[in-house]
Design a protein around this ligand. Structure first.
Ligand code: TXA
Ligand code: MG
Length: 323
C-alpha cells in the first residue's frame, strides 16, 4: 500500500530505482516515472489501464532542460514558455530521438511542461532525468486533486504518494501546439485562452468537444473522460429536474442551491461565484457526488469564459457515454 509522505528524497530514490510514484502539481496529481526507463514508463500505462496510443506529458524543472527533450524551440513557443512556466501550460513540440516512442505513442511530437509545485520542482531538480507523468487516476475516471484521491484508487499499486496538499488550480494544463505559424489549443485547461491570446494573438481550438461525434477518438482527446461512475447530465437545472427529478439525483451547482432538492444532495462549485474557485473544486465535487447514495448527477454549465471554458469541457467529456 502506498505511503503518503512529504519527502522528495524518498520519491527520488524510488524513481531512480525504476518505480512509479505519484507527485503533486498545481493542476492535478501525476503518476510519474523516469522518462528514459521504458520498463518504468510501461508500468504507468498498466497501473492506469491506459491505452498505449495515449501519450504522456514530460515534466522538466527548467527552461534550460527543455533542449534535452525537444529538437527545436520555435520563438512563439519560447514566448509562451517564458510567460507561463512554471505553470499550467503544456507545449507540443518536436521531440529528440532520446525520448522513447512509448512516451509519445509513436508521435514525433512530445508534450512538455514545467509544473508549478515547490515539492515537485525540488524533486525534478534533484533527478537527472525528466518525469513522464499522466494524471494519477484510472483511465477515464475523474482526475485526482488530493493525495487521498490518488490513494483511494491507485494506492495498492504504487509505493509512494508525494504529499503536496490539494492542487491549487485543480484542472489539467492547457495543451498548445504549433502548425504553419498557427497556434492550436489541443486541450483547454488551467491557462485560459483569453490569457494566451493576449500574449500571442488569436488561436484555434482543435476539435472542441461539442463538435465531436461520441465515438471518435483523437490522440489526446478521448471524448469520454474525467467521468464519475454515475450518469451525469448537464444543462439548466430546472429543465433537468423536470425530466429526471423523480429519480434519486444529486446536483452540481455553480454558486447557488436549487429549491425543492435537499441541500445535502447538492454540491456548490463556488459559493462566491469565482471560476478559479470552481476549477479548484470541480473534481472533488464530482467525486463527492459520485459517492452519494444517488442514481444520477445533474450539473449546470458554468459561465463559458476564462477557466469556465475548461470546466465546461471537462463536464461535457464526463457526461459523454462510455465507448
Ligand atoms: O496538468 C496536466 O497536464 C497533468 C499534470 C500531471 O501535469 N497531466 C495530465 O496528463 O493531464 P494526462 O496524461 O492525463 O493528459 C495529457 C494529455 C493526454 O490527453 C495526451 O493524449 C496528451 O496530453 N498528449 C501527451 N503527449 C502528447 C503528444 N505527444 N501528442 C499529442 N497529445 C499528447
Ligand atoms: Mg488525465
Amino acid at each position: 500500500m502506498a505511503v503518503i509522505g512529504i519527502d522528495p528524497l524518498v520519491a527520488q530514490n524510488l524513481l531512480e530505482q525504476g518505480n512509479v510514484v505519484a507527485i503533486p502539481t498545481e493542476t492535478v496529481y501525476g503518476l510519474a516515472a523516469n522518462v528514459y526507463n521504458e520498463i518504468a514508463v510501461s508500468k504507468i500505462f498498466s497501473i492506469k489501464q491506459r491505452p498505449l496510443s495515449n501519450p504522456l506529458i514530460v515534466h522538466i524543472s527548467s527552461l534550460a532542460q527543455i533542449h534535452q527533450v525537444i529538437s527545436h524551440f520555435p520563438p512563439l513557443a519560447e514566448r509562451l514558455a517564458m510567460h507561463y512556466w512554471p505553470g499550467a501550460l503544456t507545449l507540443l513540440l518536436n521531440k529528440r530521438s532520446k525520448i522513447p516512442d512509448l512516451v509519445t505513442a509513436g508521435s514525433v511530437k512530445v508534450a512538455v511542461r514545467i509544473p508549478n509545485h515547490p515539492l515537485t520542482l525540488q524533486l525534478l531538480k534533484n533527478l537527472d532525468f525528466p518525469l513522464a507523468a499522466p494524471s494519477a487516476n484510472p483511465f477515464g475516471y475523474i482526475s485526482p486533486t488530493t493525495p487521498e484521491h490518488v490513494h483511494e484508487q491507485l494506492g495498492s499499486q504504487i509505493p509512494y504518494i508525494l504529499n503536496g496538499g490539494a492542487c491549487t488550480i485543480g484542472i489539467e494544463s492547457t495543451i498548445v501546439g504549433f502548425e504553419d505559424e498557427k497556434i492550436i489549443i489541443y486541450r483547454l485547461g488551467g491557462v485560459s485562452i483569453e490569457s494566451i491570446e493576449q500574449i500571442v494573438g488569436p488561436v484555434t481550438i482543435h476539435n472542441p468537444v461539442k463538435h465531436l461525434p461520441k465515438s471518435i477518438v483523437t490522440p489526446g482527446n478521448f471524448i469520454q473522460h474525467y467521468s464519475p461512475t454515475k450518469p451525469l447530465k448537464i444543462g439548466p437545472i430546472p429543465a433537468l429536474l423536470a425530466t429526471y427529478g423523480h429519480q434519486k439525483i444529486g446536483i452540481l451547482g455553480f454558486d447557488k442551491y436549487y429549491e425543492g432538492v435537499n441541500e445535502q444532495q447538492q454540491v456548490l462549485l463556488t459559493p462566491s461565484g469565482s471560476l478559479k474557485e470552481a476549477a479548484h473544486n470541480l473534481f472533488t465535487a464530482l467525486r463527492q457526488l459520485d459517492q452519494m447514495p444517488i442514481d444520477m448527477i445533474l450539473s449546470t454549465y458554468v459561465p463559458e469564459t476564462d477557466l469556465g471554458r475548461a470546466i465546461n469541457d471537462r463536464l461535457m467529456r464526463a457526461s459523454a457515454h462510455r465507448a
